[in-house]
Design a protein around this ligand. Structure first.
Ligand SMILES: [Zn+2]
Ligand SMILES: [Zn+2]
Length: 369
């Protein structure tokens, strides 16, 4: 029987352990997908640091794509009902909305009340079918979690933004989208922020200001290459100076829309301060509890501000992301530069440290060779 290497999270003290696990033939309704690329997400870093308490052992990895190598019995269709066959490139969704709860029934499927119960990768790798998460050379998952990659989409371009892209698509949908001629500020220069810059630029924003850190200068350079009209380095400026800079390009009134993808609590307060009256703040980066932010609630009342929290996304959001990436082929060379680090599953721990240190913009696990 075939086996596959997997990086198993065995606890905060011991980190990742590489194990060889059997690739079982898929049961009815399941598929085996061979790894093409699996992203290291900020969320994974938080999990490994113990900031998001999930009991070990399990195989992390929730943003991955691969090639279908085996299908069990049952209708061979992906999450959107399209036929799937061995050899197809697919993204794997690790959660699915239930379709019947209050949120699913009222347009909020991304925050389905039963979402976490469907989370597929928190499972003991010692128990068949063993291979559940993305940090592995193969995955055995429910067939309905597969999502076909559109023909012609470079899997590495898709991998750069596999999780960040649809995260932004959903946050922007909640926040009313980017309207032509708007002044947009993006806080955070990781994949969420970089995709946000590209999205805002290509949806007609008059200006896109990136607020990010020069700790890794490549991030701000990529932001400019993806369309940012200005970058403000949080290490070389004060919040008051950044407010002045945003007011200078918005006739003194402030940004129409701020997308937060930084994860630092202070980014929330800064995002509010940068908005014009009735401005919209899409808060998409606060995934782990990093403490409180100090805000003056009066600002929300007096400026009638709109705040949109957004977590998770649906298969439709990921589809919208794929279609968007197909439409911005000229940006692909820059997007490929977002992927700064690649390693095999065996070297997952070193890839993790590159992600943790901020040296990596996007780090991917890829197959050998
Ligand atoms: Zn992710
Ligand atoms: Zn639901």
């Amino acid at each position: 029987m075939r086996s596959a290497d997997a990086a198993v999270f065995v606890g905060c003290d011991r980190g990742l352990e590489v194990r060889s696990l059997p690739v079982l033939p898929p049961a009815e309704g399941r598929a085996v997908v061979d790894l093409v690329a699996s992203g290291v997400c900020g969320t994974d870093v938080h999990i490994l640091e113990g900031a998001i308490g999930i009991p070990a052992p399990f195989i992390p990895g929730h943003e991955f794509l691969g090639r279908v190598s085996d299908l069990g019995d049952g209708p061979h269709v992906d999450c959107l009902g399209r036929p799937v066959k061995p050899g197809d490139l697919v993204a794997v969704n690790v959660i699915e909305p239930c379709g019947s709860c209050l949120l699913c029934a009222t347009g909020g499927a991304a925050s389905c009340l039963n979402l976490m119960a469907s989370l597929s990768y928190i499972a003991d790798p010692d128990v068949a079918p063993h291979l559940h998460g993305g940090y592995a050379e193969a995955t055995n998952c429910p067939m309905r979690y597969l999502q076909l990659l559109p023909p012609g989409l470079d899997p590495m371009v898709a991998s750069a933004f596999l999780c960040a892209g649809p995260t932004v698509v959903r946050a922007m949908a909640y926040a009313g989208g980017v309207r032509s001629g708007e002044h947009v500020v993006v806080i955070g220069s990781g994949p969420v922020g970089l995709f946000g810059v590209l999205w805002a630029t290509r949806h007609g924003a008059a200006s896109v200001t990136m607020v990010g850190s020069s700790s890794n200068p490549l991030r701000l350079e990529l932001a400019r290459a993806l369309g940012a009209t200005a970058t403000l380095d949080i290490r070389a400026s004060t919040a008051a100076e950044r407010l002045d800079a945003v007011r200078a390009v918005t006739a003194g009134v402030g940004a129409d829309l701020v997308l937060e993808g930084a994860g630092a609590p202070d980014a929330f307060a800064e995002g509010l301060a940068l908005l014009r009256p009735r401005g919209r703040l899409a808060l998409a980066g606060q995934y782990s509890d990093r403490g409180a932010a100090s805000i003056a609630p009066q600002l929300l009342t007096c400026n009638a501000l709109q705040v949109f929290g957004s977590a998770q996304f649906t298969a439709e959001d990921r589809e919208a992301c794929f279609e968007f990436l197909l439409s911005v082929r000229d940006a692909w060379p820059t997007i490929l530069r977002v992927v700064t680090h690649r390693a095999t599953v065996r070297d997952a721990a070193s890839l993790m440290s590159a992600a943790r240190s901020g040296k990596a913009v996007k780090a991917l696990l890829v197959p050998e060779g």
